[in-house]
Structure formats: structure tokens, C-alpha cells
Design a protein around this ligand. Structure first.
Ligand code: PLP
Length: 383
């Protein structure tokens, strides 16, 4: 139905061009050493997605009570969904294998084919979700650039299509908090409150891509329920800084989440004894948000050290959570720097030709961040 031809052709655009990979150094990690910091001294700051499940998670997974979740019979999944709904002050929640699937289910729920989704110009739903807003929901994104990725109602209102028959109508507003590609920046509560009020007056639903919403809540010192109250749906990841091995959650009204179950099944996301994953997810949800402040402090340490290196452009005020993005001035080659860092045991990612990204997380402690900062400054200084 919606799947375009190239899905079946051998020369799929998904296979031929690697230039969009965030980590542009694609040589296998095995060339460096085995990929764990503890065993080898490798410090992996490519993303918080690399976190491994904790010992408590592995124990809980081993003894998880399970059933067939397509039949609604997995008690651990049911507990995780009930608990996520409770923590976010919502009627219901659904476990999904990835954040991308959670976002795409939400977009499908809120929109009709031929509509527009207003989103920030570097948002994950635009750059990293395989054009599924078009391919699956039949919508296009109306991208709106905003400084530090922070959309305000003043940005959004003019991007909403006028109610006239010859314009594609806006079906949804989607925010991202924290904003990944803007460097983990945080949209404050008051800014979102104005957006919720404006959207309500315009009769438009609002979705939050809250992959790292617990990082935003930590940075603001605001509870996630309060921080997300005005969104119709919220997607968040258990698998990033919260350290679960797999999974995200979509929360919303009972009616929306009931429809989300059908859409998830249509996407092949109906899982069976998924309680194995939910057992880790419950620990992620209950215990891991409290330690995110450590990751934020480590990101700050890295950012402040790198700011002293020659030829680095970094917006220190944009380093608000666990992501550090800096630019190499005078056309400095980010991919080459990432490769040099890798040969010294520091894994990072490049974001475009001149920018490098570090993401801090539980599996890289403060001492390791100090080492990474020192080596990064040395390598940047080597021009
Ligand atoms: C990681 C991330 C997602 C989801 O990614 P998956 O790899 O599909 O789980 C969604 N939005 C943002 C902003 C993210 O950083």
C-alpha cells in the first residue's frame, strides 16, 4: 500500500550511500579493540544509545514473568505500561520497540494523508526516520528553523496553513525536547505552555518527541508529568540515558493508545513475550532518571575543556544536558578528527562536515570524561 517501489529493488537508496551516517568513520570497532570501556579503556561517547543494561536490569530480565503481549497477556508489559501512564499522568501507555516507531505511530494517529506536520528544521522525525512521515502517514513536514532548536509559538503560528481550500492543511505540531541535533537543548515549560494554548485555540494536536524528556525534566527541575501535560501524545526512550536495552513508550489518552495498538501491529511491532524487555524498562523508568544529572555535569566538563582548544566554536549555553556539539572553525574536517580520536580510544560522532558530537551517559564515568576531554583537546590542537 504505502511502501514505495524501492523497498523491493536491490539498489535501495537505504543501502548505497553512507554519507548520512552520523559516525562517518565506518571502519569496524574490532579494528580498535573490544568495545567496552571497562575491558579496554575505550571511551564510547558516540551516543547514550550505547549504554548497556545494568546488573539489576539483567537480573530482572532473567526472572521476568511473561505472556503473549499480542493477546494482552504479558504481566510485565502491562505493569510497565500502567506505570508509564501513571508517571506521565495519562490514561494509557504503549511499549514500542523504538522511538522512531513511537513517533511514527503518533503522527499516523493525529494526521490524515495530504496534511502537514510542523516541526523544527533539524528534528529527528525529519532527518532520521526514513521519510516515514511521507511514506507511512502521507504527510509532509513543514520545517521551521529555530535558534538552538527551541520552537516558540511565534515560530509555529506563521507556519500553520491558512484555512483555505487550496492549501495543504496543518494536521499536527511536533516538538522535540531535549533537541538532539541542536545539542540536547531544553525547551522551557513556559515556552511549551504558550504552544499548548496556541495549538488548542487553533484546534491542532501537539506531539512531543521526548526521546530524552527525562534529561529535559532533570535540567529544568520539573516533573515529567508537568513538563508534558499539554501534549496529546508523548514518546520517550527507555533505551538511551535510562539504559534499558530496547524500547520506548508512547503515552496519551485511552482512545489514542487503543488506536496506537492497531498501528503498532500494522508496522510489525506486535511482540510476544516482551516482558523480558519490560522488566528492564521498569527499572529504567523507576531508578535511572535520578542519575541523569551526572551525565549533564560530565557534558559540561567536556564542553568547558574543549572550549579552550584552538579553532573550536562552541555555544556553551547550548550545552544544557548530556550532549556536546562543537564546530571546527576554518572548515576543519570533523570526520578526520573523529578518526584520530578513535585511534586514541575515544569514540565520537560527526554531525555534518565540520561538527563533532559527544554524548555522555552512565557507562562513561567522570574520570573517563576527563581523559576524553584531555585527548580531544590534544587532537584538536594538532589541527
Ligand atoms: C533516539 C531518538 C529517537 C528514537 O530513536 P530510535 O533509535 O528509533 O529509538 C527519536 N527522537 C530523538 C530526538 C532521538 O534522539
Amino acid at each position: 500500500m504505502f511502501l514505495p517501489d524501492f523497498c523491493w529493488k536491490s539498489r535501495s537508496p537505504w543501502l548505497v550511500d553512507n554519507s548520512y551516517r552520523m559516525t562517518t568513520d565506518t571502519a569496524p570497532l574490532s579494528e580498535v579493540k573490544a568495545p567496552t570501556q571497562a575491558a579496554t579503556g575505550i571511551i564510547d561517547l558516540r551516543s547514550d544509545t550505547v549504554t548497556k543494561p545494568t546488573a539489576a536490569m539483567r537480573a530482572a530480565m532473567a526472572s521476568a514473568e511473561v505472556g503473549d503481549d499480542v493477546y494482552g497477556e504479558d504481566p510485565t508489559i502491562n505493569r510497565l505500561e500502567a506505570r508509564a501512564a501513571e508517571i506521565f499522568g495519562r490514561e494509557a501507555a504503549i511499549f514500542v520497540p523504538t522511538g522512531s516507531m513511537g513517533n511514527q505511530i503518533a503522527i499516523r494517529l493525529h494526521t490524515q494523508h495530504g496534511q502537514e506536520v510542523v516541526a523544527e528544521s533539524r528534528s529527528h522525525i525529519l532527518d532520521w526516520e526514513m521519510a516515514m512521515v511521507a511514506a507511512f502517514s502521507g504527510c509532509q513536514i513543514r520545517p521551521v528553523p529555530a535558534e538552538r532548536g527551541i520552537l516558540t509559538w511565534a515560530h509555529i503560528e506563521p507556519a500553520i496553513a491558512g484555512k483555505i481550500y487550496y492549501r495543504a492543511q496543518t494536521g499536527l505540531i511536533s516538538l522535540e525536547n531535549t533537541h538532539n541535533m541542536a545539542g540536547g537543548t531544553v525547551t522551557p515549560l513556559a515556552v511549551m505552555q504558550e504552544i499548548w494554548a496556541g495549538a488548542k485555540a487553533a484546534g491542532l494536536p501537539v506531539h512531543l518527541d521526548g526521546a530524552r524528556v527525562f534529561n529535559a525534566a532533570t535540567a529544568l527541575g520539573v516533573d515529567v508529568a508537568e513538563l508534558t501535560r499539554g501534549f496529546d501524545t508523548v514518546n520517550f526512550c527507555l533505551s538511551k540515558g535510562l539504559c534499558a536495552p530496547v524500547g520506548s513508550m508512547l503515552v496519551g489518552s485511552r482512545e489514542l493508545i487503543a488506536r496506537a495498538r492497531s498501528v503498532r501491529k500494522a508496522l510489525g511491532g506486535g511482540m510476544r513475550q516482551a516482558g523480558i524487555l519490560a522488566a528492564a524498562g521498569l527499572i529504567a523508568l523507576e531508578e535511572m532518571p535520578a542519575r541523569l544529572g551526572e551525565d549533564h555535569a560530565n557534558a559540561r566538563l567536556l564542553a568547558e575543556a574543549i572550549a579552550f582548544a584552538p579553532g573550536v566554536e562552541i555555544d556553551l549555553e547550548a550545552v544544557q544536558t548530556n550532549i556536546v556539539i562543537f564546530k571546527l572553525a576554518k572548515g576543519g574536517d570533523a570526520a578526520a578528527l573523529v578518526t584520530r580520536l578513535k585511534h586514541r580510544g575515544i569514540l565520537a560522532g560527526s554531525v555534518g562536515p565540520h561538527a563533532v558530537r559527544f554524548v555522555t551517559h552512565r557507562d562513561v564515568d567522570r574520570a573517563a570524561c576527563e581523559v576524553a576531554a584531555r585527548i580531544a583537546v590534544e587532537e584538536i590542537s594538532q589541527k
